[in-house]
Design a protein around this ligand. Structure first.
Ligand code: SF4
Length: 487
């Protein structure tokens, strides 16, 4: 069997595209390998939404090109967002690259691998996978992403994603439901719904409050532990959505809502509108409707025209908003974003300094929030999903509470996964955990009860992850969260 190796860069939405391409290749008899040095076909699925991500993509392409020059690789294919920007240049500047596949051409990967497809003429991306599209799950088996929509119609002036991913388009309602049911039947316990803006789900299908409807329906899926969603757009958060979040224990009390800034001046220049006071009212409405909800957001500092007064306004907002999780991006110019043309660019050192100052404010808040949570929960074991042995520290296992999204938020470290009965937890288990202490971003606890494991209704389903994870999955650029280098 011909071996294929994948490098998947960027955000979870790009990871789903990699998983679809892997699924198509596996269906056609290719074997996935985690080792680049033994792969005959190498695919680099790139990210390019900010400068740092672009550099990481170019480095990965050049690294894989070495395997083509000196190793087993016979074909090198570049896919993803970088292709949408530099289709022809990639082929001209890296002769080892045999073909490029854009974000809207994912399902044509076979033509690049076997056919003579080298480059397709650029067209607005229109591809949307569905529940019958082959897909290899590369995340831990118990937690999978479901992309419910693609593209974006918002005019944010710093962002080129609409150019890279095309116009907003929702997947069919029943297709999302069937995919979730298939995943759960094959052992998935938690699904995370993603898109550029999940809160606009269904608008193009004529659905009112489409995301709320989707969540309500998914909360009926038997054996699903949690469904959550990422990337809410603030002015798309309706009371119906909040009521739905509060309506079922299967819907994680969790909201990820990138606000980007709090100053009216900066938000206007970002073409996002609104301001900090309106956001505080929204956060209050969310907390009133969904007690114990965990809130995550992300900000951009150093946007052109951001004054020290604007930045202070953002700092004050963060002090009052009392968020659970926060990511901060340093603004960087992207030549075909509208903000590239704006004046009053902020010095890069000052941008880095502002990021550090804002993260320092949040670190104190996060530490205080987690300490209060430990106090509030002491003696009352809480529900958690077991992730498995920790990559950060070999002496402990990792788990997550419903207020912790995969890969981007703090973690729950488990000092003990064995019960006095001798029963031992395994990855994917739902368990009750006694929380014992916390630090700035993480919590520590031990398993006190392991909940019954649902019988796998469709263990052989083709969806579960192949033995081979991607060669490399670098996603640190896309979260803005502090790099986690532990142990
Ligand atoms: S909503 Fe997000 S993806 Fe869409 S343009 Fe704005 S920042 Fe970009």
């Amino acid at each position: 069997m011909t071996k294929v190796g994948f490098v998947s860069l960027g955000c979870p939405k790009n990871l789903v595209d990699s998983e679809v391409m892997m699924g198509i290749l596996a269906r056609e008899g290719y074997e996935l390998t985690p080792r680049a040095d033994e792969a005959e076909i190498l695919v680099v699925n790139t990210c390019s939404f900010i400068e740092a991500a672009q550099k990481e993509s170019v480095d990965a392409i050049l690294e894989m090109a070495e395997h083509k020059k000196f190793g087993a690789a016979k074909k090198l294919i570049v896919a993803g967002c970088l292709v949408e920007r530099y289709r022809a240049q990639i082929l001209q500047q890296v002769p080892e690259v045999d073909a490029v596949v854009g974000t809207g051409e994912v399902e044509r990967i076979m033509e690049a691998v076997e056919g003579d497809l080298r480059v397709l003429p650029a067209q607005p991306p229109a591809f949307l996978y569905h529940d019958l599209t082959p897909r290899i799950i590369t995340t831990p088996k118990h937690a999978a992403y479901i992309k419910i929509a693609e593209g974006c119609d918002h005019p944010c002036s710093f962002c080129i994603i609409p150019q890279l991913r095309g116009k907003f388009r929702s997947r069919r309602f029943e297709s999302v439901i069937r995919e979730a049911e298939n995943l759960v039947a094959a052992g998935t316990r938690e699904v995370t719904l993603i898109g550029q803006d999940t809160t606009s789900y269904g608008e193009d299908l004529g659905l009112r409050d489409g995301l709320a409807q989707l969540l309500a329906r998914l909360s009926q899926v038997e054996d699903l532990l949690w469904v959550r969603f990422l990337y809410a757009y603030p002015n798309r958060v309706t009371q119906k959505l909040l009521d739905t979040l509060a309506s079922s224990p299967r819907i994680a009390r969790y909201m990820d809502m990138p606000l980007q800034h709090a100053s009216r001046n900066v938000l206007a220049r970002m073409k996002r509108g609104s301001h900090g006071d309106a956001f505080l009212k929204l956060l209050e409405r969310i907390r009133t409707t969904i007690p114990e909800v965990s809130l995550r957001t992300s900000f951009i500092v150093g946007f052109p025209g951001e004054t020290e007064v604007d930045f202070d306004e953002l700092c004050d907002f963060v002090r009052v908003a009392n968020l659970d999780w926060m990511g901060v991006f340093e603004y960087s110019d992207v030549d075909n974003a509208h903000s590239f043309t704006l004046d009053e660019k902020v010095d890069t050192e000052l941008i880095a300094d502002r990021r550090n100052r804002l993260m320092a404010i949040q670190k104190k808040i996060s530490r205080a929030n987690l300490r209060a949570k430990v106090k509030r929960l002491s003696g009352a074991p809480v529900l958690a999903v077991i992730e498995g042995p920790s990559n950060d520290n070999p002496l402990v296992w990792e788990a997550r509470l419903e207020g912790m999204a995969p890969e981007i938020d703090g973690k729950l470290y488990l000092t003990d996964i064995e019960l006095p009965t001798g029963e031992v937890a395994v990855p994917g288990d739902a368990a009750r955990v006694e929380i014992t202490k916390s630090d700035a971003y993480d919590i520590i606890g031990r398993v006190v009860e392991i909940l019954p494991r649902p019988a796998l209704r469709n263990p052989g389903a083709a969806i579960p992850g192949s033995p081979a994870a991607p060669v490399e999955k670098l996603h640190r650029i896309a979260t803005g969260a502090p790099l986690r280098v532990l142990g």
